[in-house]
Design a protein around this ligand. Structure first.
Ligand SMILES: Cc1cc2nc3c(=O)[nH]c(=O)nc-3n(C[C@H](O)[C@H](O)[C@H](O)COP(=O)(O)OP(=O)(O)OC[C@H]3O[C@@H](n4cnc5c(N)ncnc54)[C@H](O)[C@@H]3O)c2cc1C
Length: 465
């Protein structure tokens, strides 16, 4: 471990994905870390790991794991997804690679496995103690003391003040307590859609019943179905539907309506989901929220990170990746050994604008996924984009590749992506086949608009994948 000297004790609230990884980073810097987690220990009791069953980890998240020596083990359990497989209502398939070639892919990983793995590895540092069934209900920012409800004994106690990290997720109790600090502002925007998870089981002998190395999408305008592969040969499908309206969770209120809807819109998926009706009506419907708040800190005493500071909708597959990147950035600042107050201020300055950018891109990607991915124009533009990525390496980049396959700050990815998207749109005008794209004109546009902007922001491009 880099830090062998033992430093002060600190507290982390929440042993989810970000809290567990953060505890490990802090331990490696020499801090002794107490983690308070409201749920029981999922390694010993069967509990719902929350949110999605699996999730996509990409370059930013993998980089964060690599820094603490965990990437290789995580990748052993991951399934590479090299592109999107688009399913039409007639069951026709269209495949779009995510990057310039197969080396650029995202990875499907079990959320529960990853969370358990991170908790175990954090404890293995010898400096992390995770206490389960401990729910933080109040924070006194004057003294730093916490009120904790022990769900096992039913008792409530006070814990003395220490530096506190709030990684307690989108409904963060720590963030809610910050509401009482003068100058604090927070917004929570609920998406008008909810989600429901369904399962396509493995076929005979654990076979995958659809293409294994793809993220499957059934785009249908105001709603969509997606599916990610699992290690055991199954797929976890997520149905995103409006809460209310003509086609919505409210309107699909009987087995007959549900089955007719699936038969009409997702016939190929329906044939592979044997317990559709049971699963749909028995499983909970999840909600999605974008949380933005400021400041993320109270002096040098408390800092929120991960979803607690910046929950985003899941359509770019970046919520956890962004939270893991928070840990890397904080760790870099801790390496400079400043006062907590300065470290927290620098952290917010570096991360807030990037968290806001990925929050906005995630909402925009929802529209792209559910609406555009099925359109011929979108397919053409993606093919043109791939042609340009290969024809102009180092000069042409796209928003998706910068977000998913680089560590270029999200804000810069947003701005560069907008310029690149404009170029692709312009070049696709009047085309029917990507092969016919005018590469000479492409070179002029790229060197005229994109390259100068990237040069101007060269610092942001110096992060390695
Ligand atoms: C449907 C869906 C799909 C997603 N897919 C992806 C994806 O593909 N890729 C990706 O990068 N991200 C994805 N995300 C986002 C990702 O799930 C989150 O960004 C990530 O879980 C955030 O981690 P966290 O540790 O900040 O919060 P959480 O994972 O929510 O963990 C918070 C922890 O704090 C605990 N806690 C809460 N309150 C208290 C309290 N008062 N006291 C003590 N403990 C408390 C909770 O029990 C929990 O263990 C998805 C999200 C959704 C909803």
């Amino acid at each position: 471990m880099p830090g062998t000297e033992t430093k002060e004790a600190v507290t982390v609230v929440g042993a989810g994905l970000v809290g567990s990884l953060l505890a490990m980073y802090l331990a490696r810097r020499g801090y002794s870390v107490e983690v308070l987690e409201r749920r029981p220990d999922m390694r010993r009791e069967v509990i719902d790991a929350g949110r999605s069953i699996n999730l996509a980890i990409s370059t930013r998240g993998l980089h964060a794991l690599r820094q603490v020596g965990l990437e290789a083990e995580a990748l052993k359990h991951a399934i590479p997804m090299r592109g999107r497989m688009i399913h039409s209502a007639k069951g026709e398939l269209a495949y779009q690679p995510y990057g310039k070639d197969d080396s650029q892919h995202i990875n499907s990983l079990s959320r529960a496995w990853l969370n358990k793995f991170l908790m175990t590895e954090a404890e293995a540092t010898g400096r992390v103690r995770i206490r389960f069934k401990q729910r933080v209900t109040h924070v006194d920012f004057e003294t730093g003391s916490l009120t904790v409800h022990d769900d096992a004994t039913g008792e409530t106690r006070r814990e003395e003040g220490r530096v506190l990290f709030g990684t307690d997720g989108s409904g963060s109790a720590v963030r809610q307590e910050m509401d009482r600090v003068p100058g604090f502002t927070a917004s929570q925007e609920q998406l008008g859609h909810g989600y429901k998870e369904l399962t396509i089981p493995a076929g005979p002998g654990g076979a995958f019943q659809m293409e294994k190395h793809a993220l499957h999408i059934w785009p249908r305008g105001t709603y969509m179905l997606i599916a990610l592969p699992n290690e055991d040969g199954s797929f976890t499908c997520t149905l995103f539907l409006p809460w209310k309206g003509p086609v919505s969770f409210e309107s699909l209120d009987t087995p007959a309506r549900l089955e007719a809807f699936f038969q009409e819109q997702f016939p190929d998926a329906k044939a592979l989901i044997p317990d559709l009706v049971d699963a749909f009506f028995s499983r909970p419907t999840g909600s999605m929220v974008t949380v933005k708040c400021a400041p993320w800190r109270v002096g040098g005493r408390t800092l929120v990170l991960g979803d607690a500071a910046h929950a985003i909708v899941p359509f770019f597959g970046q919520g956890m990746n962004c939270g893991f990147e928070d840990c890397v950035v904080l760790d870099g600042l801790l390496g400079r050994q400043g006062r907590w107050e300065d470290v927290f201020a620098d952290f917010e300055r570096l991360r807030k604008t990037n968290a806001d950018a990925i929050a906005d891109m995630a909402v925009e990607n929802f529209i792209e996924m559910r609406d555009s991915t099925g359109s011929p124009r979108f397919l053409l533009e993606k093919a043109v984009e791939k042609t340009l990525l290969n024809a102009f390496p180092g000069e042409f980049v796209s928003r998706y590749t910068l977000v998913s396959f680089s560590r270029v700050p999200y804000r810069l990815a947003y701005e560069v992506g907008a310029i690149a998207g404009g170029i692709v749109s312009e070049l696709s005008e009047g085309l029917t086949r990507a092969e016919d794209v005018n590469l000479e004109r492409a070179g002029q546009l790229i060197r005229g608009r994109l390259v100068p902007f990237m040069k101007e922001h060269a610092d942001g491009f110096r992060t390695e994948g």
